[in-house]
Write a protein that binds this ligand. Structure first.
Ligand SMILES: Cc1ncc(COP(=O)(O)O)c(C=O)c1O
Length: 381
């Protein structure tokens, strides 16, 4: 079965992991520090904290920023649940903002329209913006809003590891206060499960390191070396050194992975360019897409099959399609807890009706790409 995404592991990865497995420290050792240093250098942040998942990164960012009940944080409904769950963990309220239909990212104009309401402006604390599929948001507009309304900016960069904005691979840290990575198996680099928070703030780096390890600080008293103090209620969100050594090895190959993803996207774009009812990803000037996903929008009103039938046809051909994402406000938990109305999100609704993610990953072979295209052409033209 071919899925929409897949990891790529080679002998060098295996060697790196085995070396750590045979070393003195398989957790809380030097591989963690080495991975953090390499990430900071590659993505242009002063600091990085590696963690057990991207979700842990979002949660700890929310905790470090001390959001409380009554606080409001803006977020796109077209992202993974973890983006907005991190707001709810703090008892704060996610305000979903509709997407644009060009690159499916949060629309900064609609955030500002909300901020013009006095009660919202007073309670608004931050924006979590996801660079959906690997296409950066309008980070200049988001930065403008963050300065004007004193909001923290969090880039949920889990899809966009290796993307470029204004020809800058280090764009995420340039604009956002916190950059969140996920190294889940389908992401552009993987540690199995894993994630990181990148930041330029020493204060927040220390806070996140403290919170990822039970809220405990050590080495506080040289005369009593056994002493540690729990100064906050933290968690255990640590990454292991086994994972970190895989991450170090994967990061070395990120440019190669990105090239394969971009070559795949180029081929899909050429082969699908004559499709009438299928919208391919569009890319803004000065952006380099990281293609974690290849989302296509199919106008099912114009063709003879619906989305479920298309999924069935692909499944029969050993390909699992996926939808990224069901708008979060449609989830039963969110419906029960909040009063969102789908009518307030016309673009997200249209997107959800039409979106299908076709396979893209660095080890995909040309025959799979051609097979996907053949099936699409047979049923959609
Ligand atoms: C946009 C986005 N945010 C957050 C996450 C959470 O990352 P993780 O699965 O590592 O917890 C993911 C991963 O699926 C994601 O795609």
């Amino acid at each position: 079965m071919i899925n929409y995404g897949k990891h790529s592991i080679d002998k060098l990865d295996e060697k790196a992991v085995i070396k750590t497995l045979r070393s003195k420290n398989i957790t809380q050792g030097s591989e963690i520090l080495r991975f953090e240093k390499n990430l900071s250098k590659f993505f242009g942040s002063k600091y990085a904290s590696v963690l057990s998942s991207g979700t842990a990164g979002l949660h700890l960012t929310a905790k470090a920023l001390n959001w409380k009940r009554g606080d409001i944080v803006f977020c796109s409904p077209i992202t993974f649940l973890a983006s907005s769950n991190s707001i709810i963990y703090q008892d704060s309220t996610p305000i979903f903002i509709d997407i644009n239909l060009e690159n499916y990212n949060i629309d900064p104009n609609l955030i500002e329209a909300k901020l013009k309401k006095k009660n919202i402006k007073k309670s608004a604390k931050a924006i979590i913006a996801t660079d959906f599929a690997g296409h950066p948001c309008d980070w200049e507009a988001l930065k403008y809003l963050s300065k004007k309304y004193n909001l923290k900016l969090i880039n949920d960069n889990c899809h966009a590891i290796g993307a470029e904005f204004k020809n800058n691979l280090k764009y995420a840290q340039k604009y956002a206060d916190f950059v969140i990575h996920s190294y889940h198996a389908v992401k552009n680099i993987t540690t199995g499960e894993g994630g990181a928070v990148l930041t330029n703030s020493k204060y927040y780096k220390n806070k996140i390191d403290e919170l990822k390890s039970h809220g405990v600080i050590k080495n506080i008293d040289k005369t009593s070396p056994w002493k540690y103090e729990m100064i906050n209620l933290g968690l255990n969100y640590r990454m292991t050194d086994i994972q970190a050594s895989l991450g170090i090895s994967q990061l070395k190959k990120l440019n190669k992975f990105l090239k394969k993803r971009r070559d795949t996207a180029d081929l899909y774009n050429i082969l699908l360019s004559d499709m009438n009812y299928c919208k391919l990803p569009t890319i803004k000037n000065n952006v380099k897409h990281a293609y974690h996903l290849f989302p296509i929008l199919i106008d099912f009103n114009k063709i003879n099959i619906n989305k479920s039938q298309l999924f069935k046809i692909f499944k029969k051909n050993n390909i699992n399609l996926q939808v990224h994402y069901i708008p979060i406000y449609r989830q039963p938990y969110y419906k029960k807890m909040f009063k969102y109305s789908p009518k307030d999100f016309p673009n997200s609704e249209k997107f959800y009706n039409q979106e299908v993610s076709i396979p893209i990953f660095s080890d995909i072979n040309k025959s799979t790409i051609h097979k996907v295209v053949r099936i699409l052409k047979k049923y959609i033209q």
